[in-house]
Ligand binder design. Structure first.
Ligand code: CP
Ligand code: NVA
Length: 327
């Protein structure tokens, strides 16, 4: 499998075999890391990390992965660089291509990371846009595969806002890898028709299925994985919380819902999560609307079925695989 020089913008651009090869490489690099076997596969290379939105996991995953691979990394945060204010994306792409071997971009529209990739001479990685979060999906799939020993045939139910980056990207990942995907969301919060049709076609080839439901208890009945994400994503206006809570509350992942799924069902979340009042937003919104937790209750988040921290750790191993494979 040769992925050298390839961009990583969405999983749509990769075959089932290529995604599986990335997961295999990630598993191998994870083992090497655990056994302290050096794997400096990209010695002397450098990656630019552009973050127009905040991040803990994705930034740390890229920086630690780069370090383990023998690479340098340069962080360009939401302020402090010329990007967008004094310098266009095409100009930025051509400047950074002179100094770096790869560029990671986290920001708003997918069109921005695509323009960056069009003008850059080096691989460009999508570290999250409004539409897609492909590196997260690799970590999720590695986590599911580690837990169940397989991916094909696993039933993943995504609860909540399925029209944004996580719902859309999970649908693609499930279709590509043969998982049965259910989006359980209020009306108008499902992935758009064009992407859904594209994924249905892929699913027909891989044996996956794609189902949309607005009935949480029925949707999770034979679920192996219940997955959720925050109800208001980065870049969305604060005023939206009121409407979002009204719409999403029936889709909260709580003990009652987990009890409707298989006993062996696991809980996943890309994080960060508002599962208690120990964050500024979790507290403000929770107190304002009289909720102890938002998209997932604390007992589920902290409970035995939750694999959220293994999932977070797998961000690093999978991002490392993407860089090692493309450089
Ligand atoms: N899941 C995820 O992308 O986390 P960060 O926003 O912390 O990078
Ligand atoms: N949907 C979330 C995902 C965070 C990893 C957001 O875009 O903020």
């Amino acid at each position: 499998m040769n992925l050298k020089g390839r961009d990583f913008l969405t999983l749509r651009d990769f075959t089932t075999e290529e995604i599986t090869a990335l997961l295999d490489l990630a598993a191998d690099l994870k083992k090497k890391k655990q056994e302290q076997i050096p794997h400096r596969l990209c010695e002397g290379k450098n990656v630019a990390l552009i973050f127009e939105k905040t991040s803990t996991r994705t930034r740390c995953a890229f920086e630690v992965a780069a370090n383990d691979l023998g690479m340098g990394s340069t962080y360009l945060g939401p302020t402090g660089s010329q990007i967008g204010v004094k310098e266009s994306i095409p100009d930025t792409a051509r400047v950074l291509s002179q100094m770096f071997d790869a560029i990671e971009y986290r920001g708003f529209g997918q069109s921005i990371v695509e323009e960056l990739a069009e003008y850059a001479d080096v691989p460009v990685y999508n570290g999250l846009t409004d539409e897609f979060h492909p590196t997260q999906i690799l970590a999720d799939m590695l986590t599911i595969r580690e837990h169940f020993g397989k991916l094909a045939g696993i039933h993943l139910v995504y609860m909540g806002d399925a029209r944004f980056n996580m719902g859309r990207s999970l649908m693609i990942g499930c279709a590509k890898l043969g998982l049965n995907f259910t989006a359980c969301a209020p009306e108008n919060y499902f992935p758009d028709a064009a992407l859904t049709a594209e994924c249905q076609k892929i699913a027909a080839e891989t044996g996956a299925s794609i189902v949309f439901s607005s009935d949480p208890k029925t949707a999770v009945q034979d679920a192996d994985v219940i997955y959720t994400d925050i109800w208001v994503s980065m870049g969305e206006p604060e005023e939206i919380w009121e409407e979002r809570i009204r719409l999403m509350k029936p889709f909260q992942v709580n003990k009652e819902l987990m009890a409707c799924a298989k006993d062996t069902c696991i809980f996943m979340h890309c994080l960060p999560s508002y599962h208690d009042h120990n964050t500024k937003i979790g507290k403000e919104v929770g107190e304002k609307y009289g909720l102890d937790a938002l998209e997932v209750t604390d007992d589920v988040f902290e409970g035995p079925q939750s694999v959220v921290f293994e999932e977070a750790g797998n961000r690093m191993h999978t991002i490392k695989a993407v860089m090692a494979a493309t450089l």
